[in-house]
Design a binder for this molecule. Structure first.
Ligand SMILES: NC(=O)N[C@@H](O)C(=O)O
Length: 317
């Protein structure tokens, strides 16, 4: 049984998965020529593209930032790169019950029941979140086209609370090993290693902070619990892959539609259960109506409707 944390009642509208909306959680991998947003709404820097394969291919560089932080794991057991396959079945959704105004991650939303037209609303209850504290994890869907309307997947993520706030939630320290950050050593060797200019290399610039070379989404997130009030839900198209930054709290993959999606999943792993994957169960408090819920609105074709952020059809904020 994973540890649990109390959760508030909160309804989450769905956003379009784009690199800029997702940047604090990880990276989105897609052919920039197939962006779902018009060029005027692109906010992330253009990727570097070079010609390859005797001019018959475009090579788009560094589309994601795999990171292996297992040197910080308490066991110190080294990890290896692994590629697994997840065959993810469509999730069961709960029928929507008419509801009063509910707090949401986008402010208090007032849900007007007449607004759906022919569209449908169903609810996905987020009951568990997990994270891989020492590795990025990339989900690459197979066999789906960007135009596929009936089968899509949701990427549900949450920021990490500071450890002190996690303790307030549960009344106890975070249940997981804290990534060990290197202590500032005081031996003669350590002091010389920090000296500038360096007596060993003559380097004049100060040593870079431990994680500064990593993409911001790939830096360790700390041991805290998920920040449920700022949980976000994104809908991905079939031609997008997604990388969760190391330590990013996320829901196990949520496929929407009629058929399973096969994903190739790339990550590092060292075989120590608690270091490879950590889970927390979300339990609504005694006076809490329903817990953390993602609102899944869809067109009659089955296509999920984006309700918040760039590309929203009818966000009511
Ligand atoms: N994300 C997801 O569906 N599952 C995992 O992250 C896992 O490693 O089990």
């Amino acid at each position: 049984m994973p540890p649990s944390m109390p959760c508030p009642s909160i309804r989450i509208p769905i956003e379009l998965l784009t690199q800029s909306s997702f940047s604090q959680f990880g990276t989105v991998i897609s052919n920039p020529a197939h962006s779902p947003l018009p060029a005027s709404q692109h906010t992330s820097p253009s990727p570097k593209i070079i010609s390859a394969n005797q001019g018959t291919a475009l090579k788009i560089l560094d589309v994601t930032h795999p990171s292996n932080l297992y040197s910080l794991a308490p066991s110190k057991k080294p990890a290896k790169a692994v590629m697994n396959m997840f065959v993810c079945s469509p999730r069961e959704l709960r029928p929507h019950e008419p509801s009063e105004s509910m707090p949401s991650s986008w402010g208090d939303l007032d849900f007007d029941e007449d607004d759906y037209g022919n569209n449908d609303r169903a609810l996905f209850d987020v009951t568990i979140l997990e994270r891989h504290p020492f590795t990025t994890q990339t989900f690459i869907p197979m066999g789906l086209s960007g135009a596929e309307r009936h089968t899509q997947y949701l990427v549900i993520v949450a920021p990490t609370l500071p450890a002190s706030a996690s303790r307030r939630h549960t009344g106890r320290p975070p249940p997981y090993p804290t990534p060990e950050v290197k202590k500032r050593g005081n031996s003669i060797k350590d002091i010389f290693a920090r000296a500038r200019p360096s007596p060993f290399t003559n380097e004049a610039a100060p040593p870079p902070p431990q994680f500064s070379r990593l993409h911001p989404s790939a830096r360790p997130k700390g041991p805290g619990l998920p920040d449920l009030k700022n949980l976000r839900a994104f809908v991905a198209t079939g031609d997008q892959a997604v990388t969760y930054g190391a330590g990013t709290w996320h829901a196990p993959m949520v496929v929407i539609g009629q058929r399973p999606i096969d994903f190739v999943v790339c990550q590092f792993a060292n075989g120590v259960g608690i270091e490879d994957c950590q889970e927390v169960e979300l339990v609504p408090g005694r006076n809490t109506e329903e817990g953390v819920v993602v609102m899944v609105d869809s067109e009659p074709s089955g296509k999920v409707i984006v309700k918040a952020g760039p590309g929203a059809v009818m966000a009511k904020l």
